[in-house]
Design a protein around this ligand. Sequence first.
Ligand code: HPA
Length: 246
Amino acid sequence: MVAAIIGGTGVYAIEGLDLTRQTIDTPYGAISIERNDDLVFLNRHGPDHSTPPHKVNYRANIKALEQLGVKRICATFAVGSINTEFALKTPVILDDFIDYSSGREHTFFDVLDNGVGDVDVSMPFCPVLGDALEKEVQAIGLPVQRGGVYASTNGPRFETPAEIRAYRMMGADVVGMTLCPELPLALEAGMSYAGLAFSINWGAGMTPTIELVSDDIDQIKTDMLRAMINTLAKTRDQDCTPARIL
Ligand code: HPA
């Protein structure tokens, strides 16, 4: 069964795998991916990061993966930490989200050809993939935070300090601009999804100005990719229960 890795900011290639680049045509537009028989890789912003978060063609990305038979996804996110207990650069295995994005094409269920449905997001992230990912990240020797709530904002601007305080009060741990609608679309398409976030800054207002960290980042990204490749290989025959469509 084919699995996929979706790379976020800074993750544009998987070194050491023999992948072939292909263009996949979908009803929502064409998407450039790389693949072998088992794995598909795409960067959600495009291979050269030419698309900002609010302009990403999320439906075409997920539809391309669906057309290739993908059932399981591991995705990376560069985020800001808004919880002082979530250290910078420590990978977080996400377990929930709050969607503050707007104006994005966020569902497949808007034309009758696709049917009409309401996806149950009571358990948005797949615990089977999450368990495996936790083991694989630990095996590589990285610290890992199991569980974290992602506040998905619209961008491309960063947040105000008041927004960050509000998101924190509402229960979010990290903030980023791309989880939604990518994850809900993947669930609508019957896929299981794990999200691995790593914080590259403290949220607005937590430091006098937003400072992006850059040291050690390349090694962390390489390690996270390795953990995701191992996770997808080892869970190949495990049952992931897709979200229900009600
Ligand atoms: N806010 C929103 N998105 C982000 C941030 C942030 O602080 N850092 C990285 N992506």
